[in-house]
Design a protein around this ligand. Sequence first.
Ligand code: CMC
Length: 391
Amino acid sequence: TGAITIDPGYKNTGSCKSEITFLDGEEGILRYRGYSIEELAEKADFLEVSFLLIFGELPTKNELEKFENDIRKYTLVNEEMKNIIDGFPKTAHPMGVLAALTSALTAFNPKSVNPHNEKEMYDAVCKTMAKFLVIATWTYRKSMGYPLNNYDNTKGYVENFMRLMFELPTEPYKFDKKVIAALDKLFILHADHEQNCSTSTVRIVGSSHAGLFASISAGVSALWGPLHGGANQAVLEMLEEIHNNGGDVAKYVLKAKDKDDSFRLMGFGHRVYKNFDPRATIIKKAADDVLSALGVDDPLLDIAKQLEKVALEDEYFKSRNLYPNVDFYSGIIYRAMGIPVGMFTVLFAIGRLPGWIAQWKEMRLNKEPIGRPRQVYTGHTLRPFKEVKDR
Ligand code: CMC
């Protein structure tokens, strides 16, 4: 088999060819299927972008309407799923519950989709988009002890997210167009990012021909970690800590530089972007716009801006090309919308779902072989077994 090259973290290893997302880390370019992220974030909506990622082209008006209606066909989640949720303590982290519930969907949909059958694949896409959104909001309802809401088929996908989260039996949810538009944009910005940790996980799990729900559940778990999607929660907690300790950002920059301290500036740095993260640029502006539109004055936004300024002027961050990433400002917007910090990574997961589906589908249609990296063995050479009495 020849010599094996080890590449920890796969920093220089390409795992596949893909037509979905183009990313140029030097230039700060991100495109879905050839369309720039800036243009999509401004002009498209989340379901349109989901369709584009998964099926390769922007939908026509009819295709888009059909897609939205076909998703609605699957929004009723099996009642028995509620028993599963009831088994979790209220204090369970929503991401853990979401991974478990996504996996549990396999029990109610035991037949694995055949990706080569277009109709079957289309139905599976709609079903996944539908059920995932509903169960994602249920993780929050559970943590609050609220009754679980069902999807309202007269409302849009992103509207439903807010309604499912916040509508109480005694109090209809009041939609705010600005909030829905901002959330829609945030979902678009998170929708795909080529072979990141969770997407690679989805592809590798799916490469054993495990089903779509099982693969996505694995993606949720990968996303949860603070070095990946979990960073959005970690950023907010970091900003709160800085605020509660008197707002001394320079102290935290020093801490992040200290190699004996495991603290890192959360929301800073990226494996691929070495100049700037185009998503962060859009989100920073959106944070200003949304907070002023909602009349929210959040001291954490000022702390974030100061922290960014101090870090960007610092030689440590400059020489390592560390810039704010997508997670740096997103939490401040979520907070202004009234979304609790424990749900931030769940929002990332909802946004990333179409990307995971698109990549899973592409991987299967390209008939990729099972993902099975090699290793270099560094353990013992052959040694004789010792009976337990002799050890
Ligand atoms: N704070 C302080 N130092 C950092 C940071 C940071 N946030 N990020 C990287 N560095 C340093 C790191 O210590 C290393 O220094 P040295 O060369 O002296 O050893 C150098 O920069 C290169 O970092 P790395 O860890 O080798 O880079 P990586 O590509 O393996 O890791 C990363 C990328 C995103 C995991 C990392 O930058 C990080 O931990 N950032 C904080 C967590 C975060 O914000 N994650 C969200 C990523 S973007 C969206 C997503 O994927 O969810």
